[in-house]
Design a protein around this ligand. Structure first.
Ligand code: URA
Length: 433
């Protein structure tokens, strides 16, 4: 078999066999197939697409290219959640304790933030003492003991995807539905859970900017998961404006805690209850309405908040943060940002808010950059609100005072004002099973 012939076949719109796909993935992972041929392959897929069968086979080949987590030692139905990424997206910190407090087993591997989107591991590490690196035995034991453990990725999950994703990033081949779906699902399948709920974000702060593109991606991922024998549901949710009012690591943990206390913003609470309900449908076999009430009950009776406390303690963190937010590292500077315009906020561009928060120190431009856990933005006004000149739009938090002006420029660019109150946006677009 020759890589040249595989590229040629795909370029001309042919359907690749399982053997051809495995030849490519195994050869590329081993370093036998060079980057230039892999790049040509990705570009051929970008233009010609892949059939559902090809996409499934590509996903399985990538999932099997490295370590696969065996959750066989967990007693009960394991369920995972994945978000395609967004700004202010702290849903995992809320959803996972809700589901665990209702009997689900949440064994979750999360990532760090990159670019304008945040990552759950960075958020958890803003809790003093919290360990996100556990060995596999500690991970399984904690899931069996308390039903919940969230760690950073251990071992080499889907190394073929890691290599291919880095290549796609520099060859303009990221935006292919088949390649995105197989990239995300290869890691989720390797992470081992029986059930997977996907939060597919749509809008200005998301990867997929339109509901149509997001639906295509969601359907593709659900179909891949099914063929691999997993239960998969995708929920398409709004990421046109940041989710909740806080962007930044400890700020988002505090907002998650408030939400678990029943004091959260209604839209954030609604998205979290919807995701948790879908996970509970898989765990309990009950209908959506019953599971939504179950999830809501776990907030109302405090059991989800207690589950978060248990997880923080089990992973070495100071669970006192739940009741005393001053135990988080405090920023050196805070700055109120005042509106320079009058009118209704027509749009709040989530990506620009994310970038402003990275400038303040909350995120990293490249892998390995240090971050400031206390940096970020708390929004006081969002899309649909009426604002007068001089009203507080947000509060910035940072250790680097010199960054405030630059962040402010990016932040102001995120807003457009108008004279009419805009129509409220949809929060949950679709649930695909
Ligand atoms: N996230 C991934 O993991 N892979 C992609 O291709 C896009 C987003």
């Amino acid at each position: 078999m020759r890589m040249y012939d595989i590229i040629h076949k795909k370029r001309n719109g042919g359907e690749l066999s399982e053997e051809e796909i495995r030849f490519f993935i195994e050869g590329y992972t081993e370093g036998e197939i060079p980057d230039y041929q892999a790049a040509a392959f990705c570009m051929a897929v970008y233009f010609q697409g892949m059939t559902a069968k090809e996409t499934s086979e590509l996903t399985l080949a990538m999932a099997e290219s490295g370590d696969q987590i065996n959750l066989g030692g967990v007693d009960g139905f394991t369920v995972d959640k994945h978000s395609t990424g967004g700004v202010g997206d702290k849903t995992s910190l809320i959803v996972a304790p809700i589901v665990a407090s209702c009997g689900g087993k949440v064994a979750k591997m999360s990532g760090r933030g990159l670019g304008h989107t945040g990552g759950t591991v960075d958020k958890l590490e803003s809790i003093p003492g919290f360990r996100t690196e556990l060995n596999p035995d500690e991970f399984i034991k904690q899931v069996n003991d308390i039903g919940l453990c969230i760690v950073g990725q251990t071992g080499e999950l889907a190394p073929a995807d890691k290599k291919l994703y880095a290549l796609r990033d520099v060859t303009a081949t990221v935006e292919s539905i088949s390649l995105i779906a197989s990239s995300i699902m290869s890691k989720k399948l390797a992470a081992g859970s029986n059930g997977i709920v996907l939060d597919v974000k749509t809008g200005s702060g998301a990867f997929m900017k339109t509901a149509e593109e997001s639906e295509k991606l969601a359907k593709e991922m659900v179909s891949i998961g099914r063929s691999a024998g997993r239960s998969v549901t995708a929920v398409i949710t709004n990421m046109d404006i940041p989710l909740g009012d806080s962007v930044g690591n400890s700020l988002e943990v505090i907002e998650a805690i408030k939400t678990l206390k029943g004091e959260g913003e209604s839209e954030l609470t609604e998205v979290c209850l919807t995701l948790a309900a879908q996970m509970l449908c898989m765990v309990t076999g009950e209908d959506e309405k019953t599971c939504f009430s179950m999830a809501k009950g776990a907030i109302d009776d405090g059991s989800a908040l207690n589950k978060l406390r248990e997880m923080i303690s089990a992973q070495g963190g100071n669970a006192g943060v739940v009741d005393d937010y001053s135990l988080f590292k405090q920023p050196k500077y805070t700055a109120e940002i005042f509106s320079e315009c009058d009118g209704y906020i027509e749009h709040t561009d989530a990506e620009k808010i994310g970038i402003a928060s990275v400038i303040l120190g909350a995120g990293r431009e490249k892998k390995g950059d240090p971050i400031d856990p206390s940096a970020g933005i708390v929004l006081k006004k969002k899309t649909g609100d009426r604002v007068e000149k001089g009203d507080t739009l947000a509060v910035f938090y940072t250790d680097d005072e010199s960054k405030i002006e630059e962040a402010k420029q990016e932040f102001f660019d995120a807003f457009t004002f108008g004279s009419e109150k805009p129509q409220p946006q949809k929060l949950i677009y679709k649930i695909i099973k």
